[in-house]
Design a protein around this ligand. Structure first.
Ligand SMILES: [Zn+2]
Length: 601
């Protein structure tokens, strides 16, 4: 598994403020071809994305055709709690586990529970309400337990599965060597929780999870929530981690190694809570990691200022060193590659902020189905841009244009933002970077006040729950009063981006300008559900900076309807003198290819 290092973010954080300060000299980007194939552009994969993408690719390949690894199967049950007990030694690829699942029937007559679980483990014991129960069936990824007698709706039962064996060679758990001894860490997203514990591996079935890890002397086990610790007579220790909030299975994590801790404090916005920020790093990386992690309370403060209080402020936040060169947003304990933490030449700000932002977007509010993974990743990626704006004054449009855009019609951003639910990380450019662009364009369309108010409504309505793009749309519509069907269709459901030629013409008395926009892309906007008012071309407000012969400038906005490939919009000319020069989209707020921008007759 190879994950690109976050060089782009490091460069971006140096260059973007300079870029924002430069005068916008270019009138137009060079012409681009209009291909129909979607390929990778020059944009480096998001530093977080590659590890997740590799897991998703493998899961999709292993599952083959059929929905076995995809959520949405009607299992007829709702899991309430998981107690996941694991006995693990980082030096030995072996697991002994016992998972207790308390669940409630979601339908009348639920007669079985299909659990996702790797078939490679030996089952030691399977119990229902304390009595042995033989599984109905077992495959390489599914364990079906009978409910006999069937459960009536809302009645509850407890299942218990004890198992042991070597974890699958490629799965959530990685056993790895370090200068500080062996370590075991996990990365389950999207479909690998089942490779170390039996569960309903569906992001919409949230449950309260306790992770109880028994480890050898000297080893510390870390997970989400708060911990209690118990010494066993044989010298081993049991760490019991409990997070009171219900979370999806893909966010459950286990890390164990000979960690050093780095601690600091975040003070809540109302000053009432002093929350511990506790991180677990390898002793050999302690100096560099301590430097990187010193900024984390400030990151929380900035994001809490944008999105509202940190969701798990009654618990903790922290970082744990991990095996992959990226990050993973486990609730209250983000995993970051140990190699990155140990390298003090890197700026990890973008990656740390991205993972922290997932505590709101992904962990507290989770996409209901994997096709909406952009509700996690587009949000967390845009949070990097918002952080730069809030903390360092970096203009978001130029930041997006410089570091989150390959500039290519069919490049990394060329796929649809709506993902394939069986392989959600296939096109990470679309999910991460174009997803961030969508949010920025939405913000510019409805305005800052409505945008951030709508995010607050979206967060509050779906907190510790799930959300869909349709729900996001209706909530932004509700707050802003702006109809967004065309916007969501053209930016989320449609691949690529518009290709524009813009001509600005003067009228004889210079009281107005005629802005002619020609859309030259080779595709039509997709409308999964057709409705009156749908446009086949892109609709957007196009800002244009007008300059006259004296050098005076003013911005105007032409509202492009998308009804026809070419349309001319007449807008008042605030300069009152003929325009001699134009800059289209001077704040770089529109995802597009601009082939030409000229002053016509
Ligand atoms: Zn992410």
């Amino acid at each position: 598994m190879t994950v690109p290092a976050p060089e782009r973010r490091r460069l971006g954080r140096v260059a973007a403020p300079l870029l924002a300060a430069l005068p916008l000299l270019l009138l137009a980007e060079p012409p681009r071809p209009d291909p129909v194939e979607c390929g990778r552009g020059a944009l480096a994969a998001h530093p977080e994305a590659a590890a997740k993408a590799a897991l998703a690719r493998r899961a999709a390949r292993e599952a083959g055709p059929g929905p076995s690894h995809v959520e949405g199967l009607d299992r007829g049950v709702d899991v309430l709690t998981y107690d996941v007990s694991l006995s693990v030694d980082p030096a030995r690829e072996w697991l002994e586990g016992r998972t207790v699942i308390r669940l409630m029937a979601a339908v009348d007559g639920a007669s079985s529970v299909p659990l996702d679980f790797a078939g490679s483990y030996e089952l030691v014991e399977v119990l229902r309400d304390g009595r042995p129960v033989p599984p109905s069936s077992r495959t390489s990824s599914r364990l079906v337990l009978p409910l006999d007698p069937p459960l009536s709706r809302e009645s509850r039962t407890t299942l218990e599965v004890a198992y042991r064996g070597a974890p699958p060679g490629v799965g959530a758990l990685a056993f790895w060597g370090s200068p500080d001894g062996p370590v075991v860490t996990s990365l389950s997203e999207p479909f690998d929780a089942r490779t170390f514990w039996p569960c309903v591996d569906d992001p919409s079935d949230r449950a309260v999870v306790t992770v109880r890890a028994t480890v050898p002397p000297g080893v510390t086990a870390a997970s989400g929530g708060l911990v209690t610790e118990e010494a066993l007579p044989d010298g081993r220790r049991t760490f019991t981690w409990r997070l009171p909030q219900a979370i999806p299975t893909y966010l459950v994590a286990l890390s164990a190694g000979r960690f050093s801790t780095v601690t600091s404090t975040y003070v809540s916005r109302d000053g009432e809570v002093e929350m511990p920020v506790v991180s677990y790093v390898l002793p050999s990386t302690l100096a560099a990691a301590t430097t990187h992690l010193a900024a984390v309370p400030r990151h929380i403060e900035v994001l809490a200022g944008i999105f509202g209080e940190y969701p798990f402020v009654d618990t903790k936040y922290g970082i744990v060193a991990s095996h992959f060169r990226g990050g993973m947003e486990h609730p209250t304990l983000t995993s970051i590659g140990s190699e990155l933490l140990g390298d003090d030449s890197r700026d990890l700000t973008g990656l740390l902020v991205h993972e922290l932002a997932h505590q709101w977007w992904g962990d507290e509010v989770t996409m209901r189905t994997w096709d909406d993974i952009w509700l996690n990743e587009g949000f967390a990626t845009y949070a990097e841009v918002l952080y730069d704006e809030r903390a360092d004054g970096v203009e978001p449009g130029p930041n997006l244009a410089a570091w989150y855009d390959d500039g290519r019609y069919s490049g990394a951003l060329g796929a649809t933002v709506v993902a394939d639910p069986s392989n959600p990380f296939r096109y990470t450019g679309a999910v991460y970077e174009k997803g961030a662009w969508v949010l920025h364009m939405l913000r510019r369309l409805v305005g800052d006040e409505a945008f951030f108010d709508a995010l607050a409504v979206y967060r509050q309505r779906h907190a510790l729950g799930n959300a869909t793009r349709q729900e996001l749309r209706s909530e932004v519509e509700e707050v802003s009063g702006v109809g967004l069907k065309q916007f969501f269709d053209q930016w989320l459901e449609t691949p690529y981006r518009p290709i524009l030629r813009v001509t600005v013409g003067n009228v004889p008395d210079a009281s107005a300008v005629r802005v002619t926009v020609e859309q030259r892309q080779g595709h039509a906007v997709r409308h999964p559900q057709a409705a009156e008012g749908d446009a086949s071309w892109y609709a957007f407000p196009l800002r244009v900076r007008l300059t006259d012969a004296s050098g005076a400038s003013a911005n105007v906005t032409a509202n492009v309807s998308g009804r026809t490939a070419t349309e001319t919009v007449t807008v008042p000319n605030p300069l009152g003198r003929p325009v001699t020069k134009v800059v289209v989209d001077p704040s770089k707020d529109l995802l597009k290819i601009l082939e030409a921008a000229t002053v016509g007759g």
